[in-house]
Design a protein around this ligand. Structure first.
Ligand code: GRF
Length: 221
């Protein structure tokens, strides 16, 4: 509950790995004027470090271990039950490495964000840093988008660019992209919680207007 007694939008974060984006969101959510509250963190891997980060921040956690389910539908059903229990306004995928079923994604339409390490629509899927290097791109980056049925294909809300350096390796490039991720995701989550971004039929509404191209984080490099 924030100072004006209006309940803050509830955020549920799903992660599979180390959770550096989760940490950036936790840190941002501790700022006095942050307009949302992280109510739970869910993981599909019982040993994900993201769970420790959440526990250290006194955030409730849950695990839905995908290896214990026979099908994607069964896994998604169990995950949905956990999500419903927390009744969030927003689901934030932060390195959640499971492909979700169409029914699951449809049920949460307009309420689920993902961060993807490329300048979408370039390089959906995996190994984005390597693919940007192999293609000889001068610029790479990160996108935050609404989740729709199409993998990494939902309307993009915001992007941040990173210049590719001559001696970059996938690892060095990934590290600089991650710095941008940690800046960008809290900004977009804040916008969502403030009611500034919404999903239209196949576009983003920003402050009630059609967003013609993704918002850009100013390039500080
Ligand atoms: C990030 O690179 C994100 O773009 C991708 O998965 C990674 C998660 O990293 N979707 P972390 O667990 O937040 O450190």
């Amino acid at each position: 509950m924030k100072a004006d007694q209006t309940p803050a939008p509830k955020i549920l974060v799903l992660a599979s790995g180390s959770g550096t984006n989760l940490q950036a969101l936790i840190d941002a959510s501790r700022e006095r004027d942050f307009p949302g509250e992280i109510v739970a963190v869910g993981c599909n891997k019982p040993k994900a470090f993201a769970l420790e980060r959440a526990a250290q921040a006194n955030i409730e956690t849950f695990v839905v271990d995908h290896t214990k389910y026979d099908s994607r539908e069964a896994f998604d059903g169990a995950l949905m039950a956990e999500i419903r229990r927390h009744n969030p306004d927003l689901i934030v995928l932060a390195g959640f490495m499971r492909i979700l079923t169409t029914d699951f994604v449809r049920a949460l339409r307009g309420q689920m964000l993902n961060i993807h390490p490329s300048l979408l629509p370039k390089y959906t899927g995996l190994n984005t840093h390597q693919r940007a290097l192999e293609a000889g791109d001068d610029t790479h980056g990160v996108s935050v988008h609404f989740v729709t049925e199409e993998l990494d294909g939902g309307p993009v809300i915001a992007q941040a660019e990173v210049k590719v350096l001559e001696d970059d390796t996938p690892e060095s490039l990934a590290a600089r992209v991650q710095e941008k991720e940690h800046l960008l995701y809290p900004i977009v989550v804040r916008w969502f919680c403030e009611g500034r971004v919404q999903l239209g039929s196949d576009y983003v509404l920003f402050d009630g207007e059609l967003l013609k191209s993704p918002m850009r984080l100013p390039d500080s490099e």
